[in-house]
Design a protein around this ligand. Structure first.
Ligand code: PRP
Ligand code: URA
Length: 216
């Protein structure tokens, strides 16, 4: 896939990020380490995705003198994980901006149709005035991300961003066709989906690996 055709997409390119994503891909990585690395990847991706966030000048006093210096107003930011797997990215993002608001959207993919179903939605007030960062490690068919964005728009969100760890070309295409103006940050772009709509090579079921619910 020629990713450069999508002007809203940033495919991150850093050796440490690639290294950490390779650990996530390894089926022998235990749950505790998987969870920790998802958090670290969220910090790295969040750092990049937040690079255009607005600052305002605040008066502070150094040991030398009074001065006005740039600060981020965290309460103008809202992080929205798509449950369950997106929860794994919240700690990394709030480590970057501890005062950000956090909303939650619950979606699960039907195992047969692969269509997303909504089961939970709790969002902060005044969403229209916030920069909203949707978090989900996996962008597979794109169905869940597209539905989450639709829901957030219905709740008034106007300034949206999407951060995922691994994306399939099929999901990127669907997301960008539905949302050509929403910045999409991707940690790794994989080859394709398989017949069960899992990403190849991918990392398996992100929710199961974060929460240790892998079927034995
Ligand atoms: C996974 C993942 C995304 C979705 C991606 O969640 O976390 O939300 O699938 O697939 P899509 O792009 O084809 O919609 P899942 O539905 O498995 O729920 P879970 O996080 O609760 O395991
Ligand atoms: N959801 C996952 O957790 N993994 C995939 O590969 C696709 C959807």
């Amino acid at each position: 896939m020629d990713i450069s055709q999508y002007k809203n997409v940033t495919l991150l390119d850093h050796p440490l990020l690639k290294h950490k994503i390779s650990i996530l891909r390894d089926k022998n990585t235990p749950t505790s380490q998987f969870r920790q690395i998802v958090k670290e990847v969220a910090v790295m991706e969040g750092y990049e995705a937040l690079k255009d966030v607005k600052t305002h000048l605040v008066e502070i006093e150094t040991p030398i003198e009074k001065t006005k210096q740039p600060m981020v107003e965290g309460s103008h930011l809202c992080f929205v994980p798509i449950l369950r797997a997106g929860m794994g990215m919240v700690d990394g993002m709030t480590e970057l901006v501890p005062t950000a608001k956090v909303g939650h959207i619950g979606l699960y993919r039907d195992e047969v149709t692969h269509e997303p179903h909504e089961y939970y939605c709790k969002l902060p007030d005044h969403l229209d005035q916030k920069e909203v960062y949707v978090l989900d490690p996996m962008l597979a068919t794109g169905g869940s991300s597209i539905d989450a964005i639709k829901l957030l728009k219905q709740h008034g969100a106007k300034h949206l961003h999407f951060i995922c760890i691994i994306a399939a070309p099929e999901g990127v295409k669907a997301f960008c066709e539905a949302n050509p103006d929403i910045p999409l940050y991707i940690g790794a772009l994989d080859r394709q989906l398989n017949e069960n709509a899992y990403i190849c090579p991918g990392l398996g079921d992100a929710g199961d690996r974060i929460f240790g619910t892998v079927k034995e």
